[in-house]
Design a protein. Structure first.
Length: 320
């Protein structure tokens, strides 16, 4: 936002805009930190749901903008992947270039703050819609990868599992002219690739049976294993509240847990700078950037901070 402003207006005015935006963000944090501390104080056992927004500052792009709309063309669907060899060619040609972005990403302060809150006994279960494994790499132990994990690949025929990194080696070996300079990274290990490169791309088969390889993730239009959903439902049933972080909750897989929380009489807090599909269900909506907010709250809880009296409502409760 700052860069866009500074291109169009004089530097001194750009500085004022930056100052105003910075002050606005600080005002949000000033009210949102104690609000979230109070929420945690009043709800000892939490189920936390995270989305792409929590991994954005780790360098992994998000699918949707602050209004919840697609930033690019919609991602590949499960049906397209399993039924169309050309779609698989397109997927793997892009994945070859996008995978290193996810592989080399590091957990940020928000991931680490949630790990700390788990260690302090506040989080019963962390349900993530992300496939990047950054929560586990930050040290969180009780994590459900709702949409699977991008670091693993399985065969659709013999079900053999293999690491994404070993598939990467085969992709590079079989496609030596696929230059990383031609691509822009996209979410979930995806990237933009010119059509000519896609059409000449060699897709490796399963090493054991020659079957079709598929990343161990739930594509759009695919279904989440029932046992995985049941584990989340059970955790919500025995928790005091649900906290959704960094997700527009546009996809039913995440939204249904917010709805379930309401049906079971549990409280719901949402931390997201933009609108979410579950805003109307939330008892608390905070618009601060999740990284400084969670870090401040986790540090305060570690120090045994007692939440102050309720202040003014969050400055971004309209969804920003
Ligand atoms: Zn196989």
């Amino acid at each position: 936002m700052y860069a866009r402003c500074s291109k169009r207006i004089k530097p001194d005015i750009a500085a004022q805009v930056r100052t105003k935006a910075y002050n606005g963000a600080m005002n949000c944090l000033n009210t949102d930190v104690p609000a979230l501390q109070r929420f945690l104080h009043n709800h000892a056992r939490l189920v936390v749901i995270t989305g792409a927004g929590i991994s954005a500052s780790s360098g992994i792009p998000t699918y949707r903008d602050r209004g919840g709309s697609w930033k690019h063309s919609a991602p590949i669907t499960h049906q397209e992947f399993v039924s169309d060899p050309a779609k698989r060619q397109r997927y793997w040609s892009r994945s070859l270039l996008g995978w290193p972005v996810v592989r080399d990403a590091k957990p940020n302060l928000a991931h680490r703050a949630l790990t700390r809150l788990e260690q302090l006994g506040h989080i019963d279960l962390l349900v993530t819609q992300n496939v990047d494994r950054l929560h586990q790499r930050a040290g969180s132990a009780k994590v459900v990868d709702l949409h699977g994990r991008i670091d693993q690949v399985r065969c659709t025929q013999c079900n053999a599992n293999t690491s994404r990194e070993s598939v990467q080696w085969r992709l590079l070996r079989d496609n030596p002219h696929h230059s990383a300079e031609l691509a822009a990274p996209r979410p979930d290990g995806d990237a933009d690739v010119p059509i000519a490169l896609v059409e000449s791309f060699t897709v490796p088969p399963c090493e054991y049976c020659g079957g079709v390889l598929i990343p161990d993730v739930v594509f759009f239009g695919g279904s989440i294993p029932k046992s995985r959903v049941a584990e989340c439902n059970e955790a919500i049933a025995s928790a005091d509240a649900v906290v959704a972080i960094g997700s527009s909750l546009q996809v039913f897989s995440g939204f249904r847990f917010c709805r379930l929380a309401g049906q079971l009489g549990k409280s719901l807090a949402i931390i997201n700078p933009g609108r979410t599909q579950a805003d109307a269900l939330a008892n608390l909506k905070l618009g601060s950037d999740c990284e400084p907010l969670l870090q401040a709250v986790a540090t305060g809880m570690s120090d045994g901070a007692i939440p102050s009296a309720p202040g003014s409502p969050s400055c971004t409760s309209d969804g920003g």
